[in-house]
Design a protein around this ligand. Structure first.
Ligand code: BGP
Length: 475
């Protein structure tokens, strides 16, 4: 059995973490550009420190990324050499609408992605396009406060329409928002939200989430109208919430944490606000403003598939328990004593991926796509740029095994797998370059030094074999 013949193997990147070239091609400035590396990053991405422009004191790693803007032909050729069947990338919103609210799109930006898609086609690579991977034009944050405003729905749909129409012949796989649940944990990154002193942050976050959810449903409708072949997915940061112990209070808390994440997918895949969230919001005195018609929009346009990122599981203890905290993808979690961790403290839990796949499939009964999974580590290249990254191979091998078991033995419906940061890129949570995920090493360091030269790591040839054997050969 194994993976289906048409299984989409590949890799994933996001525009703001790899393209660079932020002042080129008529591109405008976005929230993702002004998130600095270093100690202020946390406060900026969570909306606690307002930074809507670059200053002279901070380093802004997205400005250069790994310069995919000028290297994309070489990079896609390397993806082709590995045998990618899919390349997940995102569109920088401000390349298409520099301020966000223009009537007409920026042709130079549109041409850039068209060239990327043509290049993919050369190698038989199917693009999987994330319409919004954390970016929000600064123009829209300054004028409207980002996704707190309902006006954002219109600007987002204008972007969608331009993309669906222009790339009709190149793209049929779309994701509406990257990690939509991240809005609760990193609201400036996720939705361009900054908060005023004393403001009810939760009210603002759930209001913004409502706008994104309505926009996402309308995007599904639009995509299907423009091209009935289009398949549109939602995307959330997954990773099952394990109870820290069998103490009912821990189990209860883990269930609540799980629901907080699934809420978004419940709306996008099932088409309505789940009753637990309606009650919870009411209890907190949070009443997102909804327009008549929103319910029908959500109900009528569920997504075609459910995509997610998986890096680790989480471990949840009841409030007040003195458990040690673990790191991991911007979510708080107790330290799981049974799991080893990466250098960044992210737990390593391949079986957790199988558990998550089962959980998500049980809940939604829709095809799934693992669109991010990978191992961030410090690589030590030799003079030729070669890295013996056995640690990365080990991580990926075990996760692919778990995925295979889920497909083969548990019967989950999985469309594909795209390894995060298939080429080294800037870390979203820390802004570092030294946290690398790629099969391809990029010569660039945290101080901005480097030639941007690309070189293959050991994992490059390994993944090539994995793909060629459709996941059979993992050694
Ligand atoms: C997800 C994001 C990605 C990516 C990844 C790895 O949250 O969708 O953009 O960066 O996590 O995280 P990090 O870069 O912080 O290691």
């Amino acid at each position: 059995m194994g993976f289906p013949d048409h299984f989409l193997w590949g890799g994933a990147t996001a525009a703001n973490q790899c393209e660079g070239g932020i002042f080129e091609g008529g591109r405008g400035l976005a929230n993702v550009d002004v998130c600095p590396a270093g100690t202020d990053r946390g406060a900026v991405i969570t909306g606690k420190k307002k930074m809507l422009a670059m200053d002279g004191e901070h380093v802004y790693p997205a400005a250069e990324g790994v310069d995919l803007y000028h290297h994309f032909r070489e990079d896609i050729r390397l993806f082709g050499e590995m045998g990618f069947r899919v390349y997940r990338l995102s569109i920088a919103w401000t390349r298409i609408f520099p301020a966000g609210d223009e009537e007409e799109p920026n042709e130079e930006g549109l041409r850039f992605y068209e060239e990327i898609f043509k290049e993919c086609r050369k190698y038989g690579i199917e693009p999987l396009v994330t319409i919004c991977h954390f970016d929000c034009p600064i123009g829209l944050i300054e004028k409207y406060g980002g996704w707190r405003s309902r006006k954002m729905i219109g600007f987002y749909l204008r972007l969608c329409e331009v993309l669906f129409v222009r790339y009709r012949e190149y793209v049929t796989h779309w994701l509406t928002f990257n990690e939509i649940n991240m809005i609760l944990h990193a609201p400036f990154l996720g939705a361009g939200l900054c908060f005023d002193e004393g403001e009810n942050e939760e009210q603002v976050k759930y209001q913004a989430a409502h706008h994104e959810l309505v926009a996402s449903a309308q995007a599904v409708e639009l995509a299907h109208r423009v091209n009935p072949e289009n398949k549109v997915g939602c995307m959330f940061a997954a990773g099952s919430a394990y109870p820290y112990s069998c103490r009912p209070e821990d189990v209860w808390e883990a269930m609540l944490t799980g629901q907080e994440n699934y809420f978004f997918v419940d709306v996008q895949a099932r088409g309505s606000y789940p009753s637990y969230m309606v009650c919870r919001l009411k209890k907190k005195g949070i009443f997102p403003v909804m327009e008549p018609g929103d319910e029908t929009i959500l109900k009528s346009h569920p997504v075609d598939f459910v995509a997610f990122s998986y890096y680790n599981s989480r471990c949840i203890a009841a409030p007040g328990s003195a458990q040690k905290e673990a790191a991991g993808n911007l979510f708080r979690s107790a330290k799981n004593p049974y799991l080893k961790c990466s250098d960044w403290g992210w737990p390593i839990d391949p079986l957790g991926l199988r558990i998550t796949l089962n959980e998500v499939y049980d809940r939604y009964q829709k095809p799934m796509f693992v669109v991010e999974n990978g191992f961030g580590a410090v690589d030590k290249p030799d003079a030729g740029g070669y890295v013996e990254d056995d640690y990365r191979i080990d991580y990926l091998r075990e996760h692919i095994r778990a995925m295979k078991a889920a497909v083969e033995e548990d019967g989950v419906d999985l469309m594909g797998y795209t390894v995060w940061g298939c080429i080294d890129l800037v870390s979203a949570s820390s802004g570092e370059m030294r946290k690398r995920y790629g099969f391809i090493y990029v010569d660039k360091d945290d101080d901005g030094n480097g030639t941007y030269r690309r070189s293959k790591k050991k994992s490059f040839e390994w993944y090539k074999k994995v793909i060629a054997s459709n996941g059979e050969c993992l050694s």
